[in-house]
Write a protein that binds this ligand. Structure first.
Ligand code: CP
Length: 320
C-alpha cells in the first residue's frame, strides 16, 4: 500500500479486516515493524478519535507519532497554483509539504471540505497536493469527500458480528439524520463506497428528497426516500447526517422527523446502530437508542485503533 486515500487503496478488504482483527487480539504483534520510523499527523480541522487512535496504532507498531494541529497552530496555507500571496495565507503547500516529507516517513492529513465550492472539494485539491508535494505515503485522516479510515472501522465492526444466523448477507441501512449545521458528505460517501466494494452486505440508503449523494459513490446501492421501508428487517443501521450534494453544502428543510428512535428501530431485526461520532444527542440520534443495547458506537470507535494499525502495517511493509 502506497497511500490510503480511498477504498481503491485498500486492496482486499477482507484481508485488511483480518489484519485489523489480528491486531485487536494481539496489539503488539508487530511492535518493531515501525522502529525508527515517524508519522506526522497533520490536522487542519478538529478531531478526538482519529488523532488518538492513529497515535496508539503507530505506537503499537513501534513508530513515533507527532501531531501537528496545523489548523490551529500552523501557518495559514495556500493551495492555489500561481497565487499572489498578498492576503491571509502565509505559506504555500508546495513549500510546506516537501518539508514534512523530510521530517516524516508517513504523513496523515485531515482536511474538511469548504462546502462552498463543489468542484474544488470533489477534486480533493488539498489532499492531492499533500500527496503530490510531500513525496512520502499519505494517509487520509478524513478528506473533503471521503473517510476511508472510518469506513474500514465500520466494516471491521460489522464483520465482527458475522455471520448472522440464517442469513447469507446482513442488511445494512445507512439513514440520513438531522443536524443543526451543514456537514460534509464524506462519511456517507465513503461508507457507501466501502459497502459497494466489500459486497458482503445488502446495502440500502435512506435519505430525504434533495439529499441524494453523488452517484459515483452510491452506484450499486438502493436509494430510497422512505426511511421506514429501508429500516424493515435491517441488521445494522448506520446513522449519519450530510448536507445536500446537489444544492451543495445547504441544509434543505425536510417534512418528517428523520431522527432514529426506538419506535422506528422496532421494525428492524433488532438492528445494531452505528454512528462515526461525535453525535448530537436527540438531534441526530435519540438518547433511548444511543443508551440502548442496540448501540455499538463505542465499539465502532474503539475499532479505529485496529483500522489505523492495519493500514499503517500495510504501508510500513511496503516501505521496507
Ligand atoms: N469519527 C471521527 O472522525 O471522530 P473525530 O473527528 O473525533 O476524529
Amino acid at each position: 500500500m502506497k497511500n490510503f486515500l480511498s477504498v481503491n487503496d485498500a486492496g482486499n478488504i477482507d484481508h485488511l479486516v483480518k489484519t485489523a482483527l489480528n491486531f485487536k487480539r494481539n496489539p503488539l504483534a508487530s511492535q518493531t515493524l515501525g522502529k525508527n520510523k515517524r508519522i506526522g499527523l497533520m490536522f487542519l480541522n478538529p478531531s478526538m478519535r482519529t488523532r488518538l487512535s492513529t497515535q496508539i496504532a503507530a505506537q503499537n507498531l513501534g513508530m513515533e507519532a507527532i501531531v501537528f494541529n496545523a489548523g490551529q497552530d500552523g501557518w495559514s496555507l495556500e493551495f492555489e497554483e500561481g497565487a499572489v500571496m498578498n492576503g491571509s495565507t502565509v505559506e504555500h503547500v508546495k513549500d510546506a509539504a516537501p518539508i514534512l516529507g523530510k521530517y516524516f516517513d508517513v504523513l496523515g492529513v485531515r482536511t474538511f471540505p469548504s462546502l462552498k465550492n463543489k468542484e474544488a472539494d470533489y477534486s480533493e485539491k488539498i489532499l492531492e497536493q499533500f500527496v503530490k508535494y510531500a513525496g512520502i505515503p499519505v494517509v487520509s485522516l478524513e478528506s473533503a469527500t471521503l473517510y476511508p479510515l472510518q469506513s474500514l472501522s465500520d466494516v471491521i465492526t460489522i464483520s465482527e458480528r458475522l455471520p448472522l444466523q440464517g442469513k447469507e448477507k446482513p442488511k445494512v441501512v445507512m439513514t440520513w439524520s438531522p443536524h443543526v449545521k451543514p456537514l460534509p458528505q464524506c462519511v456517507a460517501n465513503s461508507f457507501s463506497q466501502w459497502m459497494n466494494a466489500w459486497g458482503a452486505a445488502d446495502f440500502i440508503i435512506a435519505n430525504p428528497a434533495g439529499y441524494n449523494l453523488n452517484k459515483e459513490f452510491t452506484d450499486a446501492a438502493i436509494v430510497t426516500n422512505d426511511q421506514a421501508y429501508a429500516l424493515k428487517d435491517a441488521d445494522f443501521v448506520y446513522v449519519k447526517n450530510w448536507s445536500s450534494y446537489h444544492d451543495y453544502g445547504k441544509i434543505i428543510p425536510v417534512e418528517n422527523n428523520w431522527m432514529l428512535t426506538s419506535e422506528k428501530l422496532s421494525v428492524t431485526n433488532n438492528a445494531k446502530v452505528m454512528h462515526c461520532l461525535p453525535v448530537r444527542r436527540n438531534i441526530e440520534l435519540s438518547d433511548e437508542v444511543l443508551d440502548s443495547e442496540n448501540s455499538i458506537v463505542t465499539e465502532e470507535a474503539g475499532n479505529r485503533v485496529w483500522a489505523a494499525q492495519a493500514v499503517l502495517n500495510e504501508i510500513l511493509n511496503a516501505l521496507v
